[in-house]
Each structure stands twice: as structure tokens, then as C-alpha cells.
Ligand binder design. Structure first.
Ligand code: MN
Length: 281
């Protein structure tokens, strides 16, 4: 049941994405998997996935996670994905989500609530991430109004928070250490060369390939022209040492920790304006 929507959207004869086995119960207390996949499709976005009840709960984060508690990142709740999806990296040549998927971060997560299902219903999930790039305490808060799929991903202020733009700072794959261009040229060398050589073929994948080249160029520039950007592990270490802003600035970011409920009117307005700003081009 949980993977019905996931499977209905995809043609597994075309897509290399895993079909997924049906959710299996896990030993109580066993570590829960989490990952973030950077997905260059019609728009660049980051997919946050948290293992729960044998599937991966999934949110598409247009601007990507931020370790700066001042940032509230729009996170659109999307269909559950199979556990096997969590380590997928590659090219979806056609159909739903056509583009390039990079495994940007992975690790384990712990709910900081007693009952995850209840937290999802209430739209207020506190969690601890143990990734390579993302660590520490976070909140996922559903915004009021809308279709109920809009959440905000917010970093709590702790030793893993900092004013660094982690998506720019550590842009590469945790699995292959490559950029989108490396993944595409390795996973689909035919598609890569044909798309780059013969324009006018698959327009969408040509755009994806061109965008991948532009992104890889930006990343190379940002890393000071070095062949590869920072290794994710180094980036994680550096990020943790990042200078912390003065605690005074924490007032807006401490919102998820407050105990009084927010007023629906105010939070709805704020969420809407944030959502508009975060919408990918
Ligand atoms: Mn996606």
C-alpha cells in the first residue's frame, strides 16, 4: 500500500530506479536509515528521506537543507519511497523524475519524539541526523493552510549548526564523490554523448546534461579551481568548526522549540511567502 503511488508514477522498464520490496518490519531499536538525494530533473532539488515503518518518508526540498538555523527551507512531502531507493544514484532517462540522481548524504536518524506516526499527523517532527554532511538536531514542521504537503525543514541551534551554505560547500556525491556530470557520463555514457553531440533529440535530457555541466563548472570555480571539491568528510568537519553566530540571533530559529502553538494566520502568511521565494525556477 505504502509504495503504490511510488510504483504508479514510474515505468521500471525504462527507469533504473528500484521497484522496491514490500515494507518489512524492522527489529525494534535497529538504526534507521536516512539520506538526501540531490536530484537534477526539471528543477534542481534535494530529496530528504527518512526510514519509517519499512519505507522512506520523503520530502522534496527545492533549496536543499541548510545548517543555518535562520533558514527555514520549504520541504514538500511526497510519496513514500522503497528502502532500496536510499542508496540509488544514477540517471533516470525518461518519464517521472527524468534526470540525474546523486546520493548527497546518508547516515542514520533518530526521532526526538515518542511516536513518529503521531508526529507526522501533528505536523511536527523533531529528529536527530547522523549523516556525513548533516548532523545534529532538526525540525520538520508542517505549515498551516495549503494542501497539507508543505513543511519547513529547520536546523536547531547546536554544535552542528553554522552560517555555512552546506549545499555549495559540499556539493558532491557521498557515494562516488562525483558531480552530476560524472554520474551521467558513467551511468549513461550513450545518453551523455548523444545528448551533447546531437541536439534536438531528447530535449529534456539535453537540458539536464547542459545544466549538469553548468553546475559542475560552478562547483569547480567555488572550490578554487581544484579538480574536485572538498571531500564530503572534510566538509563535514569544517562545517562543524564553522563560527557560530551570536546566540542573540537565535530568536527566529528557535521557533520549532517553542511550546506555545503558533497562530494559524501568522504562520500561514509566513509560510506562503517563504514558499513563493523557495519555489525553484
Ligand atoms: Mn526528486
Amino acid at each position: 500500500m505504502a509504495l503504490k503511488e511510488y510504483r504508479a508514477k514510474r515505468n521500471f522498464a525504462v527507469s533504473p530506479e528500484p521497484k522496491g520490496t514490500d515494507p518489512k518490519a524492522k527489529k525494534k531499536g535497529a538504526p534507521l536509515f536516512f539520506c538526501v538525494q540531490k536530484h537534477l530533473a526539471s528543477h534542481l532539488h534535494y530529496d530528504l528521506r527518512l526510514e519509517h515503518d519499512g519505507v522512506l518518508l520523503s520530502w522534496a526540498v527545492p533549496k536543499g537543507p541548510s545548517i543555518n538555523p535562520a533558514d527555514k527551507r520549504l520541504a514538500m512531502h511526497v510519496e513514500d519511497h522503497p528502502i532500496e531507493y536510499g542508496t540509488f544514484e544514477g540517471v533516470i532517462p525518461d518519464g517521472y523524475g527524468a534526470g540525474i540522481v546523486m546520493l548527497w548524504d546518508e547516515g542514520t536518524w533518530e526521532p526526538l519524539v515518542d511516536d513518529v506516526a503521531d508526529a507526522l499527523r501533528k505536523g511536527d517532527l523533531k529528529l536527530q541526523l547522523h549523516g556525513v554532511k548533516l548532523k545534529g538536531s532538526w525540525a520538520l514542521i508542517r505549515t498551516k493552510g495549503g494542501d497539507g504537503r508543505s513543511w519547513l525543514l529547520i536546523k536547531h541551534r547546536d554544535e552542528w549548526a553554522g552560517p555555512i551554505d552546506i549545499a555549495t560547500f559540499a556539493p558532491l556525491s557521498i557515494k562516488s564523490n562525483g558531480d552530476f556530470t560524472d554520474i551521467m557520463s558513467q551511468a549513461s555514457p550513450d545518453l551523455w554523448t548523444s545528448n551533447r553531440a546531437a541536439k534536438g533529440g531528447q530535449t529534456h535530457m539535453l537540458k539536464v546534461a547542459e545544466r549538469a555541466v553548468a553546475i559542475a563548472e560552478e562547483n569547480r570555480k567555488a572550490s578554487g579551481g581544484r579538480e574536485a571539491s572538498l571531500k564530503p568528510r572534510e566538509a563535514g568537519k569544517l562545517a562543524s568548526k564553522a563560527k557560530r553566530p551570536k546566540p542573540k540571533a537565535a530568536t527566529t530559529a528557535s521557533a520549532p522549540a517553542r511550546s506555545t502553538p503558533r497562530t494559524p494566520g501568522a504562520s500561514g502568511r509566513a509560510a506562503r511567502s517563504r514558499a513563493t521565494r523557495s519555489r525553484p525556477r
